[in-house]
Design a protein around this ligand. Structure first.
Ligand code: DOR
Ligand code: ZN
Length: 474
């Protein structure tokens, strides 16, 4: 009997976290119908794509994107960030909640779902934000609606009305919610623990930053080294250490976002050995940039937490290799070129990343720092598993969404900021040579990027964890 289906992908080399093999894949109604060793006459596909010479990966997931929509959309918006994602081989992204309004309650979640659905070129999950006493009671509702996890900007002050982050906060500033105290953080963790979801933190200790940055400023220090003297590894380490101790006490799943220092990686490794539910991610800037390169690269590389020294970079790679670090994401956080053009001290932190994440990591595969299987674990399998969206996403398996990223490991080109699809084109990687590029992006059976051209319509859908709404205890 002939089975009709929508799409056949033939002659590709399928790559999963643990396997590499030749197969044909058949897709029907946006899902994977069958995977067969060779072309199979049982299936009649409307469209056939020949993936000869290419690797076919489960769709890549970027778990950390700030599209700023709604909010400061002069920097970026969801239309642009999701097209940048498609161009960079990303089929699902998780949108950060520091928007205006933030994703802090049921109403704002529903608004954000509608807002982003109308613009999305790829699928997306929504982070919920933790604002302590301001929204602890709202967390169960956000959990029921299907946030992907809860984010807390530990060490940040936020604007009282817009909830935008204060990049260069000083105590005494007006209309600002100052950084939360540890007691409030502990309570947030208690609340999130009941949902069983991840409590993910930006980790920088603001007290220490204030004291050390003041000292540097008083003596007139304004160099990148001075910036790091004001925000040393210790600021991250202290927060991670406190977070681990509180995770031990509350049972919350504690996730460290964008780890930047070797000391933090080491203490997380120890926590994992102890069996605590502690996970950690990092980003390309901590893997490919270091303070030693600041003179050459300049202020585009200002991000928070700041990129540290070569020795930290090496320790972070070690964490990738031994499995301490389970995912790599972009922390896509664009600002306009003119905003980034000022003096290091006063400019905002963040740069584009969603479109360069996969190419930079594929280049690391070409350089044999990691295998392509490990790449799939870091950018697809592990994110899907950790955030509870597997097996819908993150795997090539019958029944799963037909999300694929095709990569050409022989293709060589340079990253060109002028070709980025983001609204603001600020990146530290201009002219960075890359071997290994995503060449096709398929979301639920539909091609959204082919050979660099983005063909997406705004058909991206919200993705929610399979276990949304199940509370561990009330
Ligand atoms: O560099 C950063 N930019 N770090 C953050 O934590 C936030 C982000 C942003 O939203 O601009
Ligand atoms: Zn971020």
């Amino acid at each position: 009997m002939m089975v009709k289906c929508d799409l056949c992908i033939k002659n590709g080399t399928i790559v999963t976290g643990s396997d590499t093999f030749q197969s044909s894949i058949y897709v029907k109604d946006e899902k994977i119908l069958a995977i067969t060793a060779a072309e199979d006459e049982t299936y009649e596909a409307e469209e056939t794509i020949d993936a000869k010479g290419l690797h076919v990966l489960p769709g890549l997931i970027d778990t950390h994107v700030h599209s700023r929509d709604p909010g400061p959309t002069h920097k970026e918006d969801f239309y642009h960030s999701t097209r940048a994602a498609a161009a960079g081989g990303i089929t699902t992204l998780f949108e950060m909640p520091n928007t205006t309004p933030p994703v802090d309650n049921e109403t704002h979640f529903a608004l954000q779902k509608d807002n982003l659905s109308s613009k999305a070129a790829v699928d997306f999950g929504l982070w919920g934000i933790c604002l302590g006493h301001l929204n602890n009671e709202k967390l169960p509702a956000l959990h029921k609606q299907g946030v992907i996890g809860f984010k807390f900007f530990w060490g940040y002050a936020v604007h009282e009305e817009t909830f935008q982050l204060m990049y260069n906060y000083k105590p005494g500033m007006e209309k600002v919610i100052p950084p939360f105290h540890d007691g409030e953080v502990y309570e947030m963790m208690e609340h999130v623990a009941k949902t069983g979801q991840i409590f993910a933190v930006h980790a920088e200790n603001n007290d220490l930053i204030q004291t050390l940055t003041d000292r540097v400023e008083k003596r007139g220090g304004r160099s990148y080294e001075d910036l790091l003297e004001g925000r040393p590894s210790l600021t991250e380490f202290l927060t991670v250490q406190t977070g681990i101790a509180m995770a031990r006490a509350t049972g919350v799943r504690f996730h460290v976002l964008h780890v930047s220092s070797g000391d933090s990686v080491e203490i997380i490794r120890q926590a994992q050995r102890e069996g605590l539910p502690v996970t950690v991610e990092t980003c390309p800037h901590y893997l490919f940039l270091s303070a030693e390169q600041y003179d050459e690269i300049g202020s585009t590389m200002k991000v928070y937490p700041p990129v540290k020294y070569k020795k930290d970079q090496e320790a972070i790679w070690e964490g990738i290799l031994d499995g301490t670090i389970s995912s790599v994401c972009s922390d896509h956080a664009p600002h306009t070129s003119s905003e980034k053009d000022g003096e290091l001290w006063s400019i905002p932190a963040g740069m584009c990343g969603v479109e360069t994440l996969a190419p930079l990591m594929l280049n690391a595969v070409s350089e044999k720092r990691i295998t392509l299987n490990r790449f799939v674990q870091l950018l697809s399998e592990e994110p899907a598993r950790m955030y509870g969206i597997a097996p819908q996403k993150g795997t090539i398996h019958p029944g799963s969404d037909a999300d694929f990223t095709f990569v050409d490991m022989e293709m060589e080109d340079k990253i060109d900021i002028n070709k980025l699809h983001s609204k603001s084109k600020v990146s530290a990687y201009h002219n960075f040579p890359v071997k290994g590029w995503p060449v096709r992006t398929i979301v639920r059976g539909k091609t959204v990027m082919d050979k660099g051209s983005v063909t997406a319509e705004s058909a991206g859908c919200l993705v929610t964890p399979a276990a949304k709404g199940d509370m561990l205890y009330e």
